[in-house]
Each structure stands twice: as C-alpha cells, then as structure tokens.
Design a protein around this ligand. Structure first.
Ligand SMILES: [Cu+2]
Length: 174
C-alpha cells in the first residue's frame, strides 16, 4: 500500500478509483496504466526506479545484487546494506561507499587499503565521500540515511581490498 501512495498524481487518481470500485477487471486496467513503476519496483531489481528506500546486498561471491539505483535530488534516502553470506568481515567484508562526482574509484580504493582500522574508509579521502556504511561480515547489515542535492551519476563501491573491480555501481540522481 505504501508504495502505491507514493506514485504520481495521475497514478494516485487511478489507484483511488481502483480502491473505490474494487472490480478485478478495473484492477488490471489500473495497474497497467498507473505504473509499471509499482510492478518493477516489487519484482524486477534489474529495472531501477526512483526510490527513497534502497536495499543492497553483498554476498560471499564478492557481488552486489544491484548495480544501479535512482533517487530524487535533495530527497532523504535510506539505504540498507545486508551481507547475505557467512564469511567473516576480515575475509569477505563489504561496505557501501558513495563517492562524489569526479572521484577516481581505483585511486580511492587504493587509499582505502591503508584504512583497515577504519573499516577501509580512508580518512584522508573524506572529502570524496558522500555517505558510507560500516564494514559488514556475513549476516550483518547496516542502514544509513543520506541525500544528494546535485543531479548526476555517482559511483558507489565496496572499498574492501580487491573488491572494487567487482563490487561497484551507479547511483543516478534525477
Ligand atoms: Cu566487498
């Protein structure tokens, strides 16, 4: 329900009609017209839609389950990173580090190597970081809240040693 009410004005009207009438035929019609948005958000992680609740997973195969998110500029966003594996954070640690535009992700990851004691978040590069989670081991999760004011495409990476080549993605701010 919550998701439905977040839709645009048009969709909201359609949804309202749907709930007022309750017919099954109308339900399908309304669903088709009102937004693929709802369906995609619920079922297809590969097709990102604007959202302010982001869920990201990292696994024991050194992979994120998502490589693209879309958010609205200036809107507060909550991101939860969950490590779905079982390996210890010293062997297969994962984090989410969102970087400012223009940051060289490989150079950043290189700096991160020196920051083991700080969850591989290099203090010397704090000016390049928009937001980050803590470093997680298997079964752990962390939730952060942030917002990005400027529209654009931003890189996010896992800064655990060696992970940036596989664990990276784009956050698109619209
Ligand atoms: Cu990682």
């Amino acid at each position: 329900m919550k998701k439905i009410f977040k839709l645009s004005a048009i969709a909201l009207t359609m949804t309202f009609l749907l709930f007022s009438c309750g017919g099954n035929g109308q339900k399908e019609a309304a669903a088709t017209q009102s937004a693929t948005t709802v369906e995609e958000e619920a079922v297809t992680p590969a097709a990102p839609v604007l959202s302010n609740v982001l869920n990201l997973e990292g696994n024991d195969q050194m992979q994120y389950n998502q490589t693209e998110f879309r958010i609205a500029a200036g809107q507060s966003v909550t991101l939860t990173l969950k490590h779905t594996g079982t390996l210890d954070k010293n062997a297969m640690g994962h984090n989410f580090v969102l970087l400012k535009s223009g940051t060289d992700i490989n150079a950043f990851a290189k700096k991160a190597l020196e920051a083991k004691n700080n969850g591989y978040i290099p203090k010397s590069e704090s000016a390049s970081i928009i937001a980050h989670t803590k470093l997680l081991g298997g079964g752990e999760s962390d939730t952060i809240t942030f917002s990005v004011d400027e529209k654009g495409t931003y890189d996010f990476i896992c800064s655990f040693p060696g992970h940036v080549s596989m664990m990276k993605g784009k956050l698109i701010v619209e």
